[in-house]
Write a protein that binds this ligand. Structure first.
Ligand code: M6R
Length: 369
């Protein structure tokens, strides 16, 4: 049942090319236009959407944060990401033009279910991005966009995360198409780039020996920091969460720009810092800013491990180790940069002898509030 792998988590990480491919499957019609047929909200209603609230917890909330960057960029619709357990208790402002998008692998997370119910009571339209057919959250939502990652058994989410991001991109492109926020050709180009992602994930998987070796060498590490910026920020948060969950190591993710506002005080000799570097093609030139963050922490003794895009030579001089991922559109990078961080956490936890499929204190679905 583990398909030749030692653990479900390893199997699921290796299933990510098909999780993304299957989530993309059948979403365009013969004319190349997007069709999301599980959407039971009228197109008119979706044309009127002027605000999106994403509700989720844990890894699914990080998928929501990736979605925020992409959807705001493509659709020019403001997107708020709210931890579902915080949402009901802050008198959120919702009206009929607010679209609430819940993201839940299991579809049974009580915090997210209660938040969706509350949003509906307040008059919002709700769409569920979910990996589990017929589960409670999709049943209670106005529409569903299923991710097709296949059953995820390991408690730590991996393939479902990439599938959630993929589905959220599709939703963003669908809204951009309906609201005419992107040209047809732009949407085609993004879909084209998305269709190349599964093969690129495969490439990352096949070139992960160095990541594994580093993880084994770092098994006695007691703290790891992760930096990311823009759409790479939630990737840093996810890298830190995987390490906490699986290896029980103190790990924290920061937005790289926040470093100078406090966290840089944590850096001393030998402190491992992973940096998710934006594409050199990023339209805001964040690449240079993050490279200087790498220099700053390195000058204070940090051991820097960098995840960057193939061809990005600028990072080499400042990194103890660089893991390259294939080139793609800047907005799609999380589908690739996440993978080495997952493998790192898996390998480090395994080197410590921990049960990566069933980490201590955690349950696959959290069905209590
Ligand atoms: O099933 P859900 O996506 O609603 O679960 C949300 C979180 O409980 C989940 O992502 C959790 O953080 C995982 N253990 C992450 O690996």
């Amino acid at each position: 049942e583990k398909g030749g792998y030692d653990t479900f988590m390893e199997k699921e990480i290796n299933e990510q090319p098909s999780a993304v491919a299957d989530t993309l499957l059948g979403r365009t019609d013969a004319a190349g236009r997007l069709v999301l047929d599980e959407l039971r909200i009228s197109e008119d209603e979706l044309r009127g959407v002027n605000k999106i609230i994403v509700l989720a917890a844990g890894t699914s909330a990080y998928a929501g944060t990736v979605a925020k960057y992409a959807i705001e960029h493509w659709c020019r619709i403001p997107v708020e990401v709210e931890l579902s357990h915080e949402f009901r208790y802050r008198d959120p402002i919702i009206d009929p033009n607010t679209l609430v998008v819940s993201i839940s692998q299991s579809g049974e997370t009580m915090d997210t279910l209660m938040a969706v119910r509350y949003a509906r009571e307040q008059g919002a339209r709700t769409i569920a991005i979910c990996n589990t057919n017929g589960s409670t959250i999709p049943r209670e939502s106005d529409a569903v966009l299923y991710t097709h990652a296949g059953p995820e058994i390991a408690v730590a989410s991996t393939k479902a995360f990439l599938a959630q991001i993929t589905a959220a991109y599709l939703l963003g492109l669908y809204l951009a198409q309906l609201q005419r926020k992107l040209f047809t050709q732009q949407i085609r180009d993004i879909l084209g780039a998305l269709s190349e992602i599964p093969a690129k994930i495969q490439q990352v998987l096949e070139t992960s020996d160095d990541v594994k070796e580093l993880a084994r060498n770092m098994k006695d590490t007691t703290s790891v920091l992760f930096l990311g910026r823009n759409i790479g920020y939630p990737v840093a948060l996810e890298g830190a969460l995987k390490l906490k969950e699986l290896a029980y190591i103190h790990a924290e993710g920061f937005a790289a720009g926040e470093l100078k506002h406090g966290p840089i005080a944590l850096i001393d000799e030998g402190q491992p810092v992973f940096v998710v570097v934006p594409s050199p093609m990023d339209r805001h030139s964040l690449h240079a800013k993050v490279v200087s963050n790498i220099q700053e922490v390195r000058a204070r003794g940090a051991k820097t491990v960098v995840v960057a895009e193939a061809g990005d030579e600028a990072v080499r001089d400042y990194a103890e180790q660089v893991f390259y991922v294939p080139e793609t559109l800047p907005m799609l990078m999380p589908l690739l940069t996440t993978v080495p961080l997952q493998i790192f956490a898996l390998e480090l936890a395994s080197a410590k002898g921990y049960d990566v499929d069933q980490p201590r204190n955690l349950a696959k679905s959290v069905t209590v509030e």
